[in-house]
Design a protein around this ligand. Structure first.
Ligand code: MRU
Length: 356
């Protein structure tokens, strides 16, 4: 069945010299774009989850730096290249775990250093657009490579939202699901609702419905039961497919909180665990997942839901936004440069030697 709408889901748009972000906090009830014209507002939009998902955060930061350059050039044309460092710092503090943010900032910083152009803003915009387009191309490629790993028709389970909304377009984990569904290899998608932000219930379900891909939501606590009981179905759950926010050199994978639990379940039940992420998500500066900074967000996100207080008054809450799945629980890391089966340090290094 042909894919219908993936290229119409656009979380990030640059138009008429402005950055527009689809406000993902309002989806699926409302499709509203927010226009941003200063770098502080861009950083705040990342912190506040207007835009989220590792690659989408990186792309947004790149456009944010175009906006910052425009402002700094106007104020201080002589030393804008040093003053813009303050803006890069503001962006770098917006969220800590997704390494794509730091990758995009470093990439733009290097371009700024070497800029001699008459029109630096136009040059930076070309680079930001390229980062955006490269991400979509990487996702389409990973979609194909990941679908090739699925050898017989089955159901799959995914977590959070690693779709078009979390990237430049098409998606990482949902890119594989899109490609495999188009090849009749996937009949049904189970999506964890993903407390506290409900990216599964609100965003993944929305994307799947637009593609006519059958989707059933699960509360996270139902995943183990569904994996176990589906094994007697005609098309059982054979793969868990997720994205990532940062992958260490040894193949440890940080992703949305709850991913680690799914990897343990997959191993226990003898099903496969696939991580789909572009090479911009691989952090060659860290040797293991223990070095990945894990964002801890406000307890109010757990104590309530959709702005409504639900927990017993006086209860405390912890709200780690990500966890780390050890490499030994990962069956495949799918990147645009190739697939690493049973990742370890040697295999990851070999993959990245072609990239660096
Ligand atoms: O807190 P979020 O919504 O930014 O978390 C997103 C995830 O954990 C995604 O799985 C990850 O960024 C990969 S997106 C292609």
């Amino acid at each position: 069945m042909p894919l219908k709408t993936y290229d119409s889901i656009k979380p990030i748009i640059w138009k008429e010299d402005k950055l527009f972000l689809l406000d993902q906090r309002l989806l699926p009830q409302e499709e509203t774009y927010i226009a941003l014209d200063n770098v502080k507002a861009v950083a705040q939009a990342i912190t506040d989850m207007v835009v989220r998902g590792a690659p989408a955060i990186g792309i947004t930061a790149a456009y944010g730096i175009v906006i910052a350059a425009r402002e700094r050039l106007k104020e201080q044309p002589e030393n804008w290249k040093s003053i813009i460092e303050e803006d890069l710092d503001i962006l770098a503090q917006s969220r800590p775990t997704a390494v794509n943010l730091f990758w995009a900032i470093d990439m733009m910083r290097e371009v700024i250093k070497g800029l001699n152009s008459d029109d630096p803003v136009a040059m930076l915009l070309t680079i930001a657009r390229q980062i955006h387009e490269d991400d979509i191309a990487a996702n389409v490629k990973m979609g194909q490579l990941g679908a090739d790993l699925i050898t017989e028709p089955c159901s799959v389970l995914t977590h959070c939202n690693a779709g078009a909304l979390a990237t430049g377009g098409y998606g990482t984990a949902l890119g594989v699901i899109r490609s495999a569904f188009a090849q009749d290899k996937i009949s049904h998608v189970y999506a964890d609702e993903t407390r506290p932000w409900l990216q599964g219930a609100r965003l993944t379900a929305w994307e799947m419905i637009q593609e006519n891909i059958p989707v059933s939501l699960l509360v996270e606590g139902a995943a183990a039961h569904m994996i176990k009981t589906s094994q007697t179905d005609k098309q059982p759950i054979r793969w868990i497919i997720v994205g990532s926010d940062r992958i260490a050199t040894n193949g440890d994978v940080a992703n949305k909180i709850g991913t680690y639990a799914l990897a343990v379940m997959a191993r226990y039940h003898g099903i496969k665990f696939m991580v789909v992420a572009p090479t911009t998500t691989i952090d060659m500066n860290i040797s293991s997942g223990e070095q990945i900074p894990i964002e801890e967000r406000s307890d109010t996100e757990v104590l309530g839901c959709s702005g409504q207080s639900i927990a017993a008054s006086g209860a405390q809450a912890r709200n780690p936004a990500f966890d780390v799945t050890p490499a030994e629980l990962v069956d495949a890391i799918v990147t645009e440069k190739g697939v690493v089966l049973k990742p370890d340090f040697e295999k990851m290094r070999a993959l990245m030697t072609n990239v660096l």
